[in-house]
Design a protein. Sequence first.
Length: 260
Amino acid sequence: MSLSPSLEFVLVTRLRAAGCVFAEDEARLIVSAARTSDELASMLDRRVAGVPLEHVLGWAEFCGLRIEVDPRVFVPRRRTAFLVEQAAALACPHAVVVDLCCGSGAVGAALADTLDGIELYAVDIDLAAVRCARRNLAEPVRVFEGDLYAPLPTALRGRIDVLVANAPYVPTDAIRLMPPEARFHEPRVSLDGGADGLDIQRRVTAGARDWLAPGGHLLIETSASQAPLTAEAFAEAGLTTRIETSEDVGATVVVGTNPG
């Protein structure tokens, strides 16, 4: 659909009244995605009601890719591009890469787009996310439903070169402080990291050395305040550890290497 001045005014006015900071940009995106006037009205109503823009559009922009995002699936954050950058810098051509807690598959898709010929696997415990990831990750990528390492082929033990995890790391009591878009429209399993936010990270870390190749790397996105505790868990698991940060996007990644 085309965006006439009068239509743009109506959309922008409603979006701005609903608290959308970038109302003009959102209006253009919604109009470009709508195929009929009825669909446009429905999409606008959903956005005004607080549904995340990515769920309204059906996709999110991530690392220059258009990632399909279904309702009730975690929306990839822009800061997670830093996790992709750090992982890509450590991966050699044809590396074996595993994306745990993959959600929509955004991290895996970005790594596959960046790196040549990697052998990529992805895992998530949420079936809705797995279905979404299977659309975003082209064959021969294998996407598994299950709890962390449990569904991975045993043949991958000791072979993984790069293991990335954007595991949930919001402390349980802090979820109530998150924006309504996340609290009401993203699955709790993709947000809740337990009392201190590190429950899933610790489980990922504890199992990593069984799966990493000698010299293989584990990378986990976390917050700046949690990073020291995440790094401590890495060290306890026998990984050599460092913390990488990006002030530009407000991102923190803990990187561990299996000494072999």
